[in-house]
Design a protein around this ligand. Sequence first.
Ligand code: GLY
Length: 360
Amino acid sequence: MTAIDVTAAAVTAALSIIDGNLHEFGDEYPDDTTVGDRYPMRAGNVGWTTSFWPGMLWLAYDLTGDEKYLTAASGHVGSFAARVDGRVDVDTHDLGFLYTLSCVTAVRRTGNPVAKRAALAAADHLMSRVLHPAGIIQAWGDLRDPAQRGRTIIDSLMNTPLLFWAAEETGEHRYAETAWRHAAQLRDHILRPDGSTYHTFYWDPVSGEPLRGETEQGHADESCWARGQAWGVYGFLLNHRHTGDESFLTAARRCADYFRAHLPADGVPYWDLSLTGVERDSSAAAIAACGLWELGERDAAGRILGSLISDYLSGGNALLRHGVYDKPKGVGVDEGTLWGDYFYLEALTRVTRPGWTHPW
Ligand code: GLY
């Protein structure tokens, strides 16, 4: 089979799993990760990953034009509107992940007014997490929680696109200015001189002074968590796309160089780039494949995607196996992950649909 045939077959296989899940999940949401390669269901629309399921349905619609996916994806808008209206588990910067994939895409594809209102409400709530004078968006928890106050994380670069969309939609530049300033703070402090990244970084919430890097899901404060580095590749690039700021493009390239230089032969990283011989994180590979593709590093992206297709497909109802959610806490280790599945399907969509417009 040619590489084109292999990717086309991988799309068909992924859609077949999505069809099964469409039936199995109904209006509900699978959990963050599989247990023994199958997703348990979660209780309600909570957590940071629920939007990856409607996100996959929108990708399936873009891949096929089949209205069943459009109907199913649109069917999730009400749940996300109720979540932001009811302030259910929204003390998080991950409103970006949640509302970009579930509601902004619905607005772009169908002009859904409920989705537009919900996505703007989510953007406003995200704005309420900005800490001045540091000019950063706090990542997790109540803004008064001393353990979380002043803390941001590399993943947040994927959450700023919601604010760039809100700026375009409303004509109010404050959303974009906030996103730009936040990304600039991460460029200056979370990205290290050697091109690796901290997972999390603290600022003094009163003076705005940058304080220290720490890890949460990585091996050590000074190591480089693989998924964080992948978020850095794709996230800095997306912030470049939205602002035209060349320094973000440079930051994305530096993250990419470090990431590529620390890959094992098959292109799928160990869960922390400072380690070898431990579990791989296929989700970091899928995220990086999307970022590298967008960066124009198509050979590197294609190699990673090829490895995922040949050696990392799930035998259960996930698309990928061998992901790691949080190794230090022993959560979701060597399992399928909802975000890994989403970015794998996004990578397949990018490769098989030239000219496709990504949701970020
Ligand atoms: N954004 C959380 C994670 O990547 O695990």
